[in-house]
Design a protein around this ligand. Structure first.
Ligand code: TGC
Ligand code: FAD
Length: 387
């Protein structure tokens, strides 16, 4: 029997029926709704907001959270497959779902009160309230401990001053999860984006994640009640705990981008006739394609095992760092190689590789740069902190 070229080790056979069904339904959404418009969205620098109701309708927002909050209550492998199929379309669509699910709904669920969960999670699962996550500041995102945004207690309120940079969904969000320095260490706040003193400014001239909104956030004496503070965590482990959730999903997403690029390269190389034969018949091109398939296969096995560890409650942040580093590096290398196989045609957004290649420049930077994740693994091996 012929092997599936995009799943050479039949990883799909390791999935449950439910996981397979979820993968198929998100794959259908990507094929029917994302792929027909995403090249144009990227060219125009437009996030396709019109897809939000269907993304919500498929249960993709906060999909791992319990059903009592209007969420789908899926396991971590299913969440990973969702990220993979969405990013086969575009990293920007996966980013939207990552931020809403792992960076906004997760902290409300994990660190919030029951009232906060009831107030926000069902509407966020339905896509009626969109969130953004403000951790990074303009002076350097890799070192969030050096946070300059402050929240000061004033009676029953908190007053927030400072700024955040590179914030996905900043200009489409109704609430921001904002991390700020307090007398008691770093704490998280739910900040409505219509609060007085809050401004979001969209970042223009991006050559990457063009189908996603990225913003600077500014806080000028923004006042929120104590009821908007996430009371169940203090310190950097609050935001870092959210990042572990999002980074886990990001290990899966780039597998989808890489599969899209391999698919494009295989098809193009079979059609492109040079020197009287398709370039797919040359050894050089076959080695390139085989190399792509090899690296995709390794990444698939890595993420599936990571997901099984997560579902068993045994996942460690260092394991997530290794997989984020490996899988994003795998995808960006494949996107560049696929672009090369397409020759001049590869530089246009008529074909997907250059779009994925440019998007992955953000993916390799956000949620911890490649260097940050390498140093996390190095620290695990040596016991020495090299940051
Ligand atoms: P350290 O000071 O040692 O630790 C502080 C506390 O946090 C705990 N911790 C973690 N908890 C959960 N998950 C993790 N990954 C954790 N890492 C550390 C740690 O146990 C400690 O707890 P406690 O109880 O002892 O207080 O911090 P560190 O030395 O481990 O951190 C250094 C470093 C460089 C790894 C960290 O600062 C870091 O990860 N920097 C990168 C920042 C980053 O990734 N920013 C991302 C911003 S959000 C974003 O990019 C969204 S893009 C979204 C999209 O569009 O998809
Ligand atoms: P810096 O931290 O200034 O790093 C600059 C360089 O220094 C990098 O190459 C880095 O690897 C290197 N470096 C850092 N430390 C060391 C070291 N110890 N040794 C050697 N080299 C080192 N943030 C949010 O909070 N919310 C979001 O929604 C969000 N969305 C984003 C969307 C996009 C499109 C992008 C591009 C970024 C987003 N970010 C978001 C920010 C992202 O997390 C940061 O860009 C990232 O953490 C890196 O921070 P920085 O850009 O300030 O780079």
């Amino acid at each position: 029997m012929a092997l599936n070229p995009y799943d050479l080790y039949d990883v799909r056979s390791q999935l449950s029926d439910e996981e397979r069904m979820i993968q198929d339904s998100v794959a259908r959404f990507t094929d029917e709704k994302v792929l027909p418009i995403i090249g144009a969205c990227f060219d125009e620098g437009r996030f396709p907001k019109e897809l939000i109701p269907e993304i919500a309708g498929l249960g993709l927002l906060g999909s791992s959270l319990p059903t009592e909050y209007g969420c789908a209550g899926l396991n971590s492998v299913a969440y990973g497959l969702i990220c993979q199929e969405l990013e086969r379309g575009d990293s920007g669509i996966r980013s939207f779902v990552s931020v809403q699910s792992s960076l906004c709904m997760y902290p409300i669920y994990a660190y919030g009160t029951e009232e906060q969960r009831q107030e926000w999670l069902p509407r966020m699962a339905a896509g009626e309230v969109i969130g953004c996550f403000g951790l990074t500041e303009p002076h350097g995102g890799s070192d969030p401990a050096n946070m300059k945004t402050t929240a000061k207690r004033d009676g029953d309120d908190w007053v927030i001053n400072g700024s955040k940079m590179w914030i996905t969904n900043g200009n489409v969000a109704q609430i921001a999860i904002v991390w700020a320095q307090t007398e008691d260490g770093i704490q998280g706040f739910i900040v409505p984006t219509d609060a007085k003193g809050f401004t979001a400014q969209e970042i223009k001239h991006k050559m990457s994640l063009r189908a996603s909104v990225t913003s600077g956030l500014f806080f000028d004496g923004v006042r929120v009640p104590d009821a908007n503070r996430l009371p169940n965590v203090k310190g950097l482990k609050g935001p870092l705990g959210c990042l572990t959730q999002a980074r886990y999903g990001i290990t899966w997403g780039p597998i989808g981008a890489a599969i899209a690029c391999l698919d494009e390269a295989v098809k193009y190389s079979k059609d492109r006739i040079l020197f009287d034969r398709p370039i797919a018949a040359t050894q050089a091109v076959q080695i390139k394609l085989a190399e792509m398939a090899r690296r995709i296969t390794l990444a698939q096995l890595l993420s599936l095992q990571l997901g099984r560890l997560k579902d068993a409650g045994r996942l460690q942040p260092t394991q997530v760092s290794l997989a984020k580093w490996n899988n994003v590096r795998m995808a960006i290398d494949i996107a560049r190689e696929a672009r090369d196989v397409l020759g001049g045609a590869g530089i246009t957004t008529e074909y997907c590789p250059i779009r994925h290649m440019l998007n992955l420049e953000s993916v390799i930077t956000y949620e911890g740069t490649e260097t940050v994740h390498q140093l996390v693994v190095g620290r695990e091996l040596t016991g020495i902190n090299a940051f």
